[in-house]
Design a protein around this ligand. Sequence first.
Ligand SMILES: Nc1nc2c(ncn2[C@@H]2O[C@H](COP(=O)(O)OP(=O)(O)OP(=O)(O)O)[C@@H](O)[C@H]2O)c(=O)[nH]1
Ligand SMILES: [Mg+2]
Length: 303
Amino acid sequence: MAWIDRLKKGLTRTRSGFTDSLGRVFARGTKLSAIELEEIEEILIAGDIGARVSMELTAELAKRRGRASGEELMSTLEAGIAERLAGSERPLALRKNGEPTVILVAGVNGSGKTTTVAKIAARLREHDRKLPITLAAADTFRAAAIDQLEIWADRVGVDLIKHRIGADPSAVVFDALDHTHRVGGVLLIDTAGRLQTKHNLMEELKKIERTVAKKLGRSSDERLLVLDATTGQNGISQAARFNEAIDLTGIVLTKLDGTAKGGVIVAIWDELKLPLLYIGVGEGVEDLHEFSASQFTEALFVN
Ligand SMILES: Nc1nc2c(ncn2[C@@H]2O[C@H](COP(=O)(O)OP(=O)(O)OP(=O)(O)O)[C@@H](O)[C@H]2O)c(=O)[nH]1
Ligand SMILES: [Mg+2]
């Protein structure tokens, strides 16, 4: 299945709660009473695009009511969302000068970090057969976490650096950096899930980044936060705390297929101004893809 079709399928729940509901309001007529405008604003808020954007978009519709068809009102919304997502996409920062690229992946428990590390590795492998790729198993809390990453490394055909359970994650990263210096290419660091409110765990994450900075003589190239789309607006407060700790460079939004709140993409960009590098719409390797604002909007508004 082509990515755009996967994306459309993944956004089915968001579309039915969001676009379809709006379509039903417009189908009743486009004069839009005050009550209908309120209804529209509620649908937008329920889609998790954020209170401010919801208010602004409703105001834009109010300006055009009675003078536009339902289709035109829908296009107004589509354009409004597309406009607000401008600048939200960016490709992974890969170093081209032969120096290693280091990507640190963080997030709360179960957000999809490990599978995201594997899926990014698979995408890089797909684009460049010869690129050396190393995964660092820096989630040393559970033996299962190391095994899970090892299975992925074998499946995708990339190197894995691991220590025993309970080891210092920074020590794993130290060794993985040594390895990457030797072989070149890209290092992806999988970290343990941590609540953004747990001070010691956030300190551990900072230590991992300090290890990278010390050994490389510069910061990591990407510090990505993996957010589970089903957590909706709570993801925004998670991002703020992770950002304070490690100065995030971007977001990966997973599990868009499991929510009607896919509009949270708009709120994340609007409130955080952190670029969205990848989005996930399923558990398979092919379900993670570089984010494209125009594709997302198209998939959201498709009939
Ligand atoms: N439906 C769906 N499931 C996903 C997506 N991304 C990840 N998952 C699933 O979410 C579950 C958790 O994924 P992991 O990658 O293990 O999450 P994690 O953040 O590494 O978890 P911890 O290491 O325990 O913190 C797995 O069953 C994944 O297959 C997605 O985009 N859609
Ligand atoms: Mg994990």
